[in-house]
Design a binder for this molecule. Sequence first.
Ligand code: A3P
Length: 317
Amino acid sequence: MLPIAACASLLKRMDPVMMELLAKALEKVTFTMGEMEGVPLPQDTCDAWETIHNFQAREDDIIIATYPKAGTTWAQEILDLIMLEGDTLKACRAPCFIKIPFIDLVPIKPMKSGVELANKMESPRLLKTHFPIQLVPPSFWEKNVKVVYVARNAKDCMVSYYYFQKMNKGLPDPGTWDEYFSTFMSGKAPWGSWFDHVIGWWNAREKHQILYTFYEDLIEDLEREIRRMAKFLGKDLSEEAIEKIKQHTSFQAMKDNPMTNFTVLPKAVFDQSVTPFMRKGKVGDWKNHFLVSQNEVFDATYKKRMEGVDLTFRDLL
Ligand code: A3P
């Protein structure tokens, strides 16, 4: 059976009752944002801060760290397949948000929190976080875990995040594009400032085991980036495995794959009639959204914030 067909048949066996309960529970919830050390985060994450902060990493954990919408899910699927040496059937064992716990997240019951899922998992674990470097649980560094960081140019990130906040009922409504532009630029989007995030992780990369990668590089040459990630994880993959990973993580394959396209979540969580999670998967979509005046404001802010930082982003012009 083809892996995607296998995914679909596996999903049929997933618990529809749980999804129904989740949708019902969400109808009664009003979503609120809180703040941790000045970083806007969902209130539920702030309420569970002690548990999240005290999360116990293990030496062989691999963390995928990103600012939201930088290509997290893409990196998750690539890294899972690298660890599985290209076994695409095993990669379909569960939806990406179950097999790779998101430790920042405290969703509504009956869904389990990221920490709960991670604590129950066997090693080696792949884990996801959107935290800026200063909010990461200290055990990550005590255990010297490996981190793959994915950065994406802010303009495309902003557009992707705008649509995501429209369809994700667990995040605040973004308002108009113009309103959202101001929210994002002032660092008020959930998980805070894009600038602080990409710079914070960049500056930490020599102190810790961090592989800093770019969405634009994945788009440019997926095979090259798969090889880089595999080398970082100490995995010597066959050519056949690399080819399989490449095929399985193409935009179209992930858009068609129920384990990566989030269609398993009910409309009350991700309303994909507003916009699909796997939306465009392109570099430069910002050109279809930024007004000339917004572009000027962005470029001036970018110049100021990135001054003296030896980190450059492509595709901003
Ligand atoms: P767009 O909204 O620009 O299409 P995250 O996983 O961090 O939430 O990021 C989601 C973004 O990554 C979306 O961007 C999505 O389409 C894109 N993406 C996910 N998988 C991809 C793939 N295989 N190839 C290219 N882009 C991908």
